[in-house]
Design a protein. Sequence first.
Length: 138
Amino acid sequence: MLLDTHVWLWGVEDETGRLGRRTRRMLARPVSELDLRVSVVSVFEIAALHTAGRLRLALAPEEWVRHALERPGVRMAELTPGIAVDAGRIPAATLPDPFDRLLVATARSLGIGLLTRDRRILDYADQTGQLRTVDAAA
């Protein structure tokens, strides 16, 4: 399961109250049952939001990311040229945020679902059938 940036952030920052009960139960499963991925795009987003003053972190972004990636059951999902091309084919009118398009393309490339509360991504998945999603609000 690929974690959307906000889901990853909330999980690391112990803000799981923003997640639905089913999602919290899923994330609380034993590490051996988890295969969670985080995109390098999310690393960029967190650093950019912090730099812009829109996100407060207790640690410098590079330390926060290192700490967050040390958590058991979480692995990096790299950005490949194929993912970038696929993301570029998703109409901006459908998903205006280029980072969302990159996350969608990453999940599709890996053949895994995307855990998100982002209504646009959830609607895109419902409308196209090209992406498996889990609503993190559930």
